[in-house]
Design a protein around this ligand. Sequence first.
Ligand code: ADP
Ligand code: ASP
Ligand code: MG
Length: 447
Amino acid sequence: MNSSYIVAKFGGTSVADFSAMSRCAQIIKNNDQVRLVVVSASAGVTNHLVALCLNDITDEQRTTHIKQVVDIQYSILEDISLDADLATGFEHTLSEFKFVAIQQVFSEQQKDELLSFGERFSSYLFTQVLRRLNIKATRLDARDILKTNSQFSKAVPDINATKTAAEKYLLPLLTSQVVVTQGFIGSNEFNETTTLGRGGSDYSAALFAEAVEASSIHIWTDVVGIFSTDPRLCIKAKPIAKLSFDEAAEMATFGAKVLHPATILPASRAGISVFVGSSRAPEQGGTWIEKEKSQHSGIRAVTQRKNQILLTLKSPEMLLASGFLAKVFSILAKYNISVDLITTSEISVALTLDNAPNTSRPELEQACLDELTKFCHVSVENNLTLIALIGSQIQLQQHEINLMQVLADFNIRLICHGASKHNLCFLVEQSQSDSIVQKIHSQLLEA
Ligand code: ADP
Ligand code: ASP
Ligand code: MG
């Protein structure tokens, strides 16, 4: 049976400065079931840390990024003074950061260590902001609980090890106080720091919730829920009151940045509902994501994921041959590349991969291309966007006429539909994708 604990996660803008942190503290004060709090780095910090991982920056740029990270922490410290237990840890973390950040980092492990500082800093500061409101709060290092493999920058959680550690070190603390921990970071079996990938704090919150068998996960961000499309792109986008796990997972996978793509996995495994709301306007409610199948059929949202790579592999040997795809996928697996869309013809296969910006490692490494080139002709196209229509029981003929009219003016590079009734995806030129999404939204979702 699940506990009555709620895990609350606060994203970068929600912990950007002292007043944002204070609003979040009030949300926690208003709900005494919230016992575990997962914080992101303050807005902008992780981007500076990613920049510090790049070795082609000048010394001057390096100094500027370090200063900006430190300044963000000190601006919050203008409004609070840390209790002795937090001050000691914070000062130690700050000197460690300055020591690590001033040097060039070469290994993937060092990069993850450097990327971890944002969440480590914000969790000290946030704990103190809670204490200002007389909330009994303590800080816990996520790396002692969230165990992962050693795939740095995109670590895969070890669910069993995480549960064991949570039962031993975390659950006993939750009975009498609020525990503040970090999103995004974990550690491998050698206790080396790992990260879950950009935007990974949502995923951390869901993993912690699964480990402590929480009753729900509250994701507090800068929008009042999950919308029919990114509200920054369409002013007429509407918040969706209720989504099924399947629909929400598809939206997150295909680019609704409001949730990290893997967030729904632990939640649906453990049957834990997820709420998404705005820490600026908690009274406005938000979206509930629950296990019940959707009552709505048809398209409910449109998402986009920019910076896609289209990889086309051609080989005459593929004609009537078996084993070509297996060979391709074993090479992609070796480089930990995950494929999103795939279409095949008699002698070729086209795949899409994510090439997300602001990450410490490119998705498609030259070494992987070199291996593929040994047995097929490889072409790589960039500057593409994957657009997805998301819903339940999507049937092409329901929307065929509208959709084809909407798409008629645009150059569609690839279409995928059928593997799931929850999505219909296609690839377009990045320069056109915003206007395509706006057009689809106005014609299919604003009726
Ligand atoms: P946080 O820092 O809290 O994790 P993110 O920036 O990662 O916040 O996610 C919130 C942002 O996601 C919103 O500001 C919004 O622009 C964007 N977004 C993209 N698609 C959607 C969508 N369908 N619904 C809501 N927000 C979306
Ligand atoms: N701080 C990390 C990032 O910016 C993780 C997160 O905020 O979810 O990607
Ligand atoms: Mg996020």
